[in-house]
Design a protein around this ligand. Sequence first.
Ligand code: ADP
Ligand code: MG
Length: 140
Amino acid sequence: MALERTLSIIKPDATKRNLTGKIVAKFEDAGLRVVASKRIKMTRAQAEGFYAVHKDRPFYGELVEQMLAGPVVVQVLEGENAILKNREIMGATNPANAAPGTIRKEFALSVGENSVHGSDAPETAAEEIKFFFTADEIVG
Ligand code: ADP
Ligand code: MG
């Protein structure tokens, strides 16, 4: 087991429906600790840059617009195997395939408006945390 940190984003579809607290409770109940948190309105440059890895996918334009559709809550979650654990708490990308009890099963509206982002590997977690947070904003 390894103590890890991962980046989480509560997406606009969820912040608009007042689901921030219910989603954070899922992380905390599963043993993940919120060690950094801020509510922001992403700029277009931030949304495009954050999702640049998907720029050739057909849904890229829609994805960027969805991230700009309202405020997001960006957080660093810390815990044992936090990266994989967060992916399990989130559930499958498409809520139709998400397991019972997961955030996406309970709250997602569609494969695009699926309420949360979570880093998928140690390298992307490190990059994504740096994208939004300076070291002094993370308090473990
Ligand atoms: P995940 O968020 O589970 O890591 P991906 O990295 O594959 O999923 O995709 C990033 C985001 O792009 C998804 O969370 C979702 O919002 C959106 N997305 C993925 N696939 C589709 C699709 N087929 N149609 C519309 N939006 C999609
Ligand atoms: Mg992904």
